[in-house]
Write a protein that binds this ligand. Structure first.
Ligand code: UDP
Ligand code: MG
Length: 339
């Protein structure tokens, strides 16, 4: 098997060449938004105040992921005075799909992905941008502190990433999230991936490119509450495992081999005992325990198989990752093309 593909995070990299700019780069900032009307009212003006420090040519792309509140209305109203465009999905497809929709429609030289709930601090973007100028293609935020999370969630997350990094063929960083700055070529690479059930964090790691992590402190949510409950998180975790590792499939071979070996040894012992000492076989508790154990193991392994089959099924159906119901492009007077 090929060596693990690791994201590159060394501070000084001799292979980097500083970017040669021909004028200010066009920046597209993607904001996936699900019921974020209140947050967007603050987030959009804040970004529009901040982004000119990086480049005057910027645009915000709000992806309304089937919100039930006034998210789209707020984005459309703000588009009167700020460079905002909006894509409205036909229903709630989930954050991974919303980000994919954003990436498919982002035409900047540089694309920023961030949450629209103010949890990702805009101040870090300048550091991201400096790294992009140095030649990095993907710059991602690393959560320096998870103390805001419930200890059980923190522990489960740690176990999950540990397990994933043991078995997956790409190194998916535990504390790196979806807060990222991507060069246009990374965006092109991501667009070319045809997977339908997407775990973006895994895909970011899979595409590679020169990447670097920047630690940041997660802010508390400005308004509203998280939509990632235990069910969504575990479903994302399952997608992550089935998409990036085949260890759960393979491990049954070893477990099966181990159990068979034990059974054979046990059978030999019984035969010998009967032949040599003539002990009759008082066997039913052993039988019940054995059958119960094997039944459990078999169901578990069929379940794992089922997970992968379900994944194949959803990929084979080839339904689109998301559907767009409306697209409000940038208002012409908001366009800031290169002079
Ligand atoms: N989000 C989305 N679709 C969803 C759920 C969330 O586009 O179905 C967006 C949400 O509006 C926010 C980002 O994804 O901008 C992160 O979501 P959230 O704050 O709920 O997750 P957390 O920060 O707790 O991981
Ligand atoms: Mg959030």
């Amino acid at each position: 098997m090929a060596d693990k593909i690791t994201q590159h995070t060394s501070e000084s990299d001799a292979s980097l060449t500083p970017r040669q700019l021909k004028g200010a780069p066009a920046i597209t900032c993607i904001l996936p938004a699900y019921n974020e009307a209140e947050n967007l009212k603050v987030m959009i003006p804040l970004l529009c105040e901040y982004l000119p420090r990086l480049s005057e040519r910027f645009e915000l792309l709000v992806v309304d992921d089937g919100s039930r509140d006034a998210t789209s209305a707020v984005a459309i109203a703000l588009a009167e005075s700020y460079p905002v465009s909006l894509i409205r999905l036909s229903r709630n497809f989930g954050k991974e799909a919303a980000m994919s929709a954003g990436l498919d429609h982002a035409d900047g030289d540089l694309v920023i992905l961030m949450d629209s709930d103010m949890q990702h601090p805009v101040e870090v973007l300048e550091e991201f941008y400096q790294h992009w100028l140095e030649g990095y293609d993907m710059i991602y935020g690393i959560r320096s502190d998870r103390s805001d999370e419930h200890p059980i969630k923190r522990r489960l997350t740690r176990y999950f990433y540990h397990m994933l990094s043991q078995s997956a063929d790409v190194e998916i960083q535990a504390d790196a999230g979806d807060f990222r700055m991507l060069d246009a070529k990374v965006v092109r690479a991501l667009r070319a991936l045809p997977e339908r059930k997407r775990m973006m964090k895994g895909l970011f790691a899979w595409v590679g490119f020169r990447s670097i992590g920047v630690p940041f402190q997660v802010n508390p949510r400005f308004s509203g509450q998280t939509s990632f409950g235990i069910r969504r998180l575990s479903s994302l975790a399952l997608t992550g495992i089935t998409a990036f590792s085949s260890t759960p499939l393979r491990m049954w071979m070893f477990i099966g081999a181990g159990i068979s070996l034990l059974s054979i040894t046990y059978a030999v012992v019984i035969v010998l005992r009967t032949l040599i000492w003539g002990v009759d076989v008082p066997g039913w508790p052993t039988l019940v325990a054995g059958i119960g154990f094997l039944g459990g193991v078999q169901l578990l392994s069929v379940g794992v198989l089922g997970e992968y089959v379900a994944r194949i099924f959803s990929e084979v159906k080839a339904r689109p990752v998301y559907l767009i119901s409306d697209h409000h492009p940038l208002r012409p007077e908001m366009k800031r093309d290169a002079e």
